[in-house]
Write a protein that binds this ligand. Structure first.
Ligand code: PEP
Length: 281
């Protein structure tokens, strides 16, 4: 990924018809956690209406509290993938927390005739789960979205990405999602999107930003603009190549992270603003 002295390869790759590189911009708006088919359907339909071919859908959720909803797991994969295919979604970013989930996803997609594609997401809690990284690196079917570890150095997170490449999968996107701070205020995490150009300078990975998990709320600036939107703009202006962002048709009913989800009616303006930032810079 650019951190080995002999590595001179170009950045970027194409997966399922979508190109990811250090100049493109791909938006992955979607549900933090899959809950009911109706919400998944509404999300997919809105994405299609707005010309989107990528989304995020959480089936396996790594929760801080063991009594919190842990995700529907493999049980929801068939209907999530079917709905995605029906609405022309080509890539779903989906977090996995165990290597057995790769097989579950692969088996389901195969059985359905591969109506959509999946990008395997490694969450911030697993950034240094080296055995998981090695297992994901050994497969070359699915690209990988690796989150920055929220309590380790940038260098340590970049080396974690190298675990994927050293095992054989260099189709990796690196995602900034905020850093933990003592205070946890005013945002859930310290927004770290000024590091986008640094990651692009240090590696050849496309860089993603996750404004939802960085900001963690629907707070607004005095100008009325949502902090999530301001953070997104910062990331895109800094050169981000992908945005992972939570939307939900009924945030008050969401089973995970509802308070940070944007509303469906906010999707068109959000997409337009991001495009403006990308085109201007
Ligand atoms: C997520 O994107 O659903 C998630 C849990 O993010 P993170 O790993 O950054 O906390």
């Amino acid at each position: 990924l650019g951190r080995h002295k002999d590595d001179r390869r170009q950045s970027g790759f194409t997966y399922n018809g979508v190109t990811f590189d250090q100049s493109n911009l791909n938006i992955f708006a979607g549900l933090c956690a899959v809950d009911v088919p109706e919400h998944v359907e509404q999300m997919m339909q809105a994405l299609e209406e707005n010309g989107q071919v990528c989304t995020r859908m959480g089936a396996y959720k790594p929760r801080t509290n063991p009594y919190s909803f842990q995700g529907h797991g493999k049980g929801c994969l068939p209907w999530v993938f079917e709905k995605a295919g029906k609405h022309g979604i080509k890539v779903i970013a989906m977090e996995i927390t165990h290597e057995s989930h790769i097989e579950e996803i692969d088996h389901c997609l195969e059985q359905l005739g591969r109506p959509t594609g999946v990008m395997l997401q490694v969450g911030t809690r697993n950034t240094q789960n080296f055995e998981l990284l090695k297992a994901i690196g050994r497969q070359s079917t699915y690209p990988v979205l690796l989150k920055r570890g929220f309590g380790i150095t940038l260098n340590e997170s970049l080396n974690a990405a190298e675990y994927l490449a050293s095992e054989g999968n260099a189709n990796v996107i690196f995602c900034l999602r905020g850093m933990k701070t003592e205070a946890g205020q005013p945002h859930r995490n310290m927004v770290d999107f000024a590091h986008v150009p640094a990651v692009k300078r240090l590696t050849r990975m496309p860089v993603c930003v996750d404004p939802s998990h960085s900001v963690g709320s629907r707070e607004r600036a005095p100008d009325g603009v949502l902090d999530v939107m301001h953070a997104t703009a910062q990331g895109v202006i800094a050169g981000a190549n992908m945005v992972l962002v939570d939307f939900h048709p009924k945030p008050e009913k969401a089973l995970v992270d509802g308070p940070q989800a944007l509303l469906m009616e906010e999707l068109p303006a959000y997409l337009e603003d991001i495009q403006l930032c990308h085109d201007t810079w």
